[in-house]
Design a protein around this ligand. Structure first.
Ligand code: FA5
Length: 340
């Protein structure tokens, strides 16, 4: 065989082998290329080597040197493919190179729900005013949701149509029916039953009412209850606490207005309005704790007196962030929730 023809075969072999190892992107294809080119018996390198016997003896030395070069190139290509796979590094380089200087794709991190954030902030503000946080169950009995709060059996607030009563099967044997609490005032009772005066607590949590959902109502919402019991407490103290709270949460000099109202568990009772952005907005109810409530929990109304208030958390958060529809909080639309 002529030397030129042999050298051409070597060149073709080298580029075919480099192409095969370079494009092998898993262990099987590297092994297949190894067997095809470097296989001990049937390999193509071996086959070319055998042809050297047919080369003129004067050219054999040159042919041998080129053969060794090509064999090393094929072995190096095999080695490179093995290392590339082992390191898990960039696999086959097809198309343009990866540019590490390009800006990355931002990762969207989760965050707390706006109402959870509001609850944390309200606890913080009230904590600075000396109120500690208390909690109570969301499933309540009639004593804590009504009776101890001076809401007698025949009171319309106890109407099954205005409350989420649990089915008869779920009531404790022989005990009063259970319901989802309709107000956080239940926690006032639980705290006073278990703590001697003085008391200075807030309670933030979910309450449930069969209200039809609209822009300002939802059947499940949150309230912030406040209760302060001590020896000499007046409506002026109540007003100061609510004004300080509103100034801290809404910012600026918020004015506060009490409108006469009625709650069975406070006397006198008021609706609380805040003046903000040129309008009066109702946030909740408040009043001086009724002596009947103090008696129900074993306190002596001759010795202690106090105030209580209950504010709607969603309504506070809506004001602060200029949200016009309460339903936005509970649609689980991340485009809305992501803003907070
Ligand atoms: C009460 O629930 C009384 N327990 C408040 C209270 C506590 C008075 C202590 C006196 C002493 P009321 O039903 O008005 O009151 O509710 C209080 C606030 O909860 C309302 O002003 C409003 O801000 C909010 N609220 C009431 N119903 C809904 C609803 N369906 N969706 C969203 N917020 C509501």
């Amino acid at each position: 065989m002529a030397l030129a023809e042999f050298l051409q075969q070597l060149d073709d072999l080298a580029s075919a082998a480099e192409q095969a190892f370079g494009s092998a992107d898993d262990a099987e294809s590297v092994e297949a290329a190894r067997v095809e080119y470097l296989g001990a018996k049937q390999g193509r390198v071996k086959a070319v080597q055998k042809q050297m016997g047919g080369i003129d003896s004067t050219d054999r030395r040159a042919a041998g040197m080129r053969f060794n070069e090509v064999k090393q190139r094929v072995e190096a290509a095999f080695q490179a493919a093995t290392e590339r796979l082992a390191s898990g590094g960039p696999r086959v380089q097809r198309g343009p190179h990866f540019d590490p200087t390009l800006p990355g794709t931002p990762v969207r991190s989760g965050r707390l729900h706006p109402i959870t954030q509001t609850i944390e902030e309200l606890k913080d503000i009230m904590g600075r005013l000396g109120f500690s946080a208390a909690e109570g169950p969301e499933i309540e009995d009639e004593w804590h949701n009504f009776e101890a709060l001076n809401i007698p059996r025949e009171h319309p607030a106890r109407d099954p149509l205005d409350n989420f009563y649990l089915s008869a099967a779920e009531k404790l044997a022989g005990d009063s029916p259970l319901l989802l609490r309709s107000q956080t005032s239940t926690v006032q009772i639980r705290v006073m039953e278990s703590t001697p005066p003085p008391v200075r607590i807030i309670s933030l949590g979910r309450v449930y009412r069969p209200d039809t959902a609209d822009a300002t109502h939802y059947p499940m919402f949150h309230q912030m209850e406040g209760l302060l019991i001590d020896r000499h407490v007046t409506m002026a103290d109540l007003k100061s606490v609510l004004r300080l709270f509103a100034t801290s949460y809404l910012g600026g000099d918020v004015h506060i207005r009490f409108r006469p109202s009625f709650f069975p568990f406070t006397e006198p009772s008021v609706e609380v309005d805040y003046h903000w952005n040129d309008q009066w907005i109702e946030f909740g109810g408040a009043g001086m704790v009724d002596p009947n409530v103090l008696r129900a929990v074993g306190y002596d109304p001759e010795q202690v007196i106090g105030f209580a208030f209950g504010l709607g958390v969603e309504r506070l958060c809506m004001r602060r962030h200029r949200i016009t529809d309460i339903r936005e909080f509970y649609k689980n639309d991340v485009r809305f929730l992501h803003q907070f």
